[in-house]
Design a protein. Structure first.
Length: 373
């Protein structure tokens, strides 16, 4: 079955997400605002879920159409071949959002979409009532500028939930964003990476997984694996492929070092790194940023410093930025990648970034500042 897929991603990461999917051999990849579309079959669905470091989830895009009225919404949804995906006993809850459209009541749109799907399935299965006790097929919709996108969520839990972060410290960075920072820092198999404010270790764990080519979804289950329409061998074969692509010790000299002033955070970081299977690649130590000194040779520093809402004191955050500027000195073979929502970061840090990228960390507008010269 030829399908169109949608990979929603954090704004600013669309290019990274698209390039990753192309590298996986996926067809007709095209980046849009906040999402990447691509084509394929159920094997493609498995490959994208297992391997994407930057996508928030993988959805099947079932239809897009103009919807200025509830009648148009109902007929557009009813025209979709739901019976190809949803079985007689399967559950099919509906959720979504409306933005800048004639139809702006999300609860009303949910009801209309549910009614349209039931109408279609009632006709196909000659049933008037569905028990919905089987596998969950989460229907999602977006009505943007009077255009409706109707999707099935194939991932279940968001793809940032890799399965290794059993615990986290306060205000942890999302795994997908941490992975993007790693990629923007151009971390490769033989790099040495440091995070002097590592918290629960997410950035360093993502760096190690990238260097070792560990597929981020290898340790978890996806909602679509319970669907009758998805062949079991699709995920089995893609998991075998991902395992075979993992680098062994001889092929990878990657090492990382994380430090923090919070011993409880370091304990969590060590536990998470072990769960991720990269504990032997990362060392953790209690250390103040004031004690940071660049190591010999090449080094990539990637960090998500405490700021604003996390410190509850902007002046304290600015003192930290100033200290970072003093410690993160320009040197050959050294790079520094820092994320913060503070628009005055460069001014307080003391140097203009060589490159910047706008994005979001949760609901906060942020910029990733990159220093490599």
């Amino acid at each position: 079955m030829k399908l169109t897929f949608c990979a929603p991603c954090i704004f600013g990461l669309e290019g990274l997400c698209a390039n990753e999917l192309k590298f996986l051999g996926i067809e007709n990849v095209r980046a849009e605002n906040g999402r990447v579309l691509f084509d394929g079959d159920f094997s493609t669905l498995a490959r994208a879920n297992l391997n994407s470091r930057y996508a928030e989830r993988i959805q099947i895009l079932l239809g897009e159409f103009e919807a200025h009225s509830f009648d148009e919404l109902f007929e557009g949804v009813r025209a979709i071949g739901w019976e190809s995906f949803i079985g007689v006993s399967d559950a099919f809850p509906v959720k979504g959002r409306c933005h800048n459209s004639t139809l702006m009541s999300t609860p009303d749109c949910q009801k209309i979409i549910k009614k349209a799907v039931v109408s279609r399935l009632s006709q196909k299965y000659t049933l008037s009532w569905f028990e919905e006790t089987g596998a969950v097929h989460q229907i999602q919709f977006l009505i943007l500028n009077d255009r409706a996108s109707i999707l099935l969520d194939a991932s279940g839990a968001g793809l940032h939930k890799r399965g290794y972060r059993a615990e986290s410290n306060e205000a942890p960075i999302k795994e997908t964003l941490a992975a993007a920072m790693v990629e923007l820092s151009r971390v490769r198999r033989n790099h040495f990476v440091r995070d002097p404010m590592c918290g629960s270790g997410t950035i360093l764990i993502e760096a190690a997984m990238k260097a070792l080519n560990i597929a981020p979804g290898l340790r978890r289950f996806f909602a679509c694996e319970a669907w009758d329409c998805v062949p079991k061998e699709a995920f089995a074969l893609e998991r075998e492929r991902a395992e075979a692509a993992r680098r062994n010790d001889a092929d990878c000299g990657f090492r990382a070092f994380g430090s923090d002033i919070d011993p409880a955070a370091l304990e969590i970081a060590e536990h998470n790194a072990a769960l991720a299977g990269v504990g032997d690649r990362i060392s953790f130590s209690r250390r103040d940023l004031r004690d940071y000194k660049p190591s010999e040779g090449y080094e990539a520093v990637i960090t998500n410093p405490p700021y604003g809402e996390r410190l509850l004191d902007v002046s304290e955050a600015e003192k930290l930025y100033k200290l970072m500027g003093e410690r993160f000195v320009p040197q050959r073979g050294k790079s520094y990648t820092i994320i913060t929502p503070d628009d005055d970061f460069e001014k307080v840090f003391g140097r203009k970034a060589d490159k910047r990228r706008k994005t979001y960390n949760g609901m906060l507008k942020c910029q990733i500042y990159m220093y490599f010269k």
